[in-house]
Design a protein around this ligand. Structure first.
Ligand code: SPD
Length: 369
């Protein structure tokens, strides 16, 4: 074979090999980046903006409704997941997630509210101290009651859980109500109403909470749901519902869009209720670690973080993004509690025993008539 023919064959072989890493357009082959997040929890164009800034990635975006429905799917293989802090702690203990490379997260270093460095994320001090090695806050919220003040009257400025949750647990009520189909929120509200900790493991207290939830179900027939509750409240189908604070903002927007001027939707936050932070983390079985770092860092770009929290309604841990918000939102103590309000709230803690007990309890409620 003469030299020129060999050269042509070598060039052709090189082209074929390069072709494996090239798209038909001649550009580099895209790497898949799989994100697993709560439903209704990212601005419409955030993923497209990420892909425009990082054309090497092709994002596959999947959603879940609760921490508990996310957990069994982890073996599917995701690059970034966004569970709440108590699930993050469980995932650290079970080796489901891996440390983040903070050198690749300059936006997080610069803009994450330092408050998140001193949160007690779990009653296991060792794990609590490791949380930010494995996860960074995405958005946060409180758990309270939304109610139509044209149908329901509550004492002004009340924070008494026995008064507030009575709207959902008083079986004499004629109001249509919503409950999250999420064991921690619904059991937590029942425990809080009864005057107990939302992390109770006391048998007698849990039995009371179970009885209450079963009684509520049979007498009031709540609408159980998660994201669909927002539309039901906005349409006026529910007079009251348990709600994450971020969902209150979205409901207000939808009420306005629908022109439902007859609804005066208020949000109240009981003492002893929950505040929680959803956190971006990277599963140990992720396939695109660098892409995950780029995505997490991108979500902390102030403009992106601002657009995202403004769209989804939840509270941002990004100091620069918070400064861009309407002061009516950033100054609202239910959405952005100050130290005093935070001190009245609890974070969910978890353990194997608690998971088992609460799951059994919630299944019993759901199976009851
Ligand atoms: N659209 C649902 C968004 C859920 C936000 N997280 C709730 C925190 C639960 N601990």
């Amino acid at each position: 074979m003469n030299k020129n023919v060999r050269k042509v064959i070598a060039s052709f072989a090189a082209l074929v090999m390069a072709g494996a890493a090239l798209l038909p357009c001649g550009c580099a082959k895209k790497q898949q980046l799989v994100i697993y997040n709560w439903g209704d929890y990212i601005a419409e164009d955030t993923v497209a903006k990420f892909e425009a800034k990082y054309p090497q990635y092709d994002v596959v975006y999947r959603t879940f409704e609760t921490n508990e429905t996310m957990y069994p799917n982890l073996q599917n293989g995701y690059d970034v997941i966004i569970p709440s802090e108590y699930m993050v702690c469980r995932l650290i203990e079970e080796d489901w997630i891996q440390p983040l490379d903070w050198n690749k997260l300059p936006n997080v270093t610069k803009y994450m509210d330092p408050m998140f460095k001193s949160v007690t994320y779990t009653d296991n001090a060792e794990i609590s101290g490791q949380v930010l090695d494995y996860a960074v806050p995405y958005l946060y919220c409180t758990v309270g009651l939304v109610y139509d003040a044209n149908k329901i009257t509550l004492p002004e400025d009340t924070t008494d859980p026995a008064v507030i949750w009575d709207v959902l647990f008083n079986t004499e009520s004629q109001n249509s109500i919503g409950m999250y189909d999420s064991m921690r929120e619904s059991i937590g509200a029942a425990l809080n109403y009864l005057g107990y900790s939302i992390n109770s493991m006391n048998e007698a207290e849990l039995q009371e909470a179970l009885d209450l939830l079963i009684k509520q179900k049979s007498a009031l027939h709540p609408s159980y749901g998660v994201d669909n509750l927002k539309d039901k409240v906005a349409a006026g189908e529910l007079a009251a519902s348990i709600a994450w604070s971020g969902d209150h903002i979205v409901m207000l927007d939808r009420i306005e869009e629908l022109g439902k001027t007859d609804i005066d939707l208020q949000f109240v936050l009981p003492e002893g209720s929950n505040w929680s932070v959803d956190m971006m983390c990277v599963p140990t079985n992720c396939k695109n670690y660098d892409g995950a770092m780029d995505f997490i860092n991108f979500m902390y770009d102030p403009e992106i973080a601002y657009e995202n929290c403004d769209y989804v309604g939840y509270s941002t841990p990004n100091t620069a993004a918070k400064d861009m918000l309407d002061p009516e939102v950033s100054g609202n103590k239910y959405y952005y509690p100050d130290a005093e309000v935070f001190s009245t709230l609890e974070v969910y803690f978890t353990s194997d025993a608690l998971e088992e007990k609460y799951t059994e309890l919630w299944n019993t409620v759901k199976a009851s008539a």
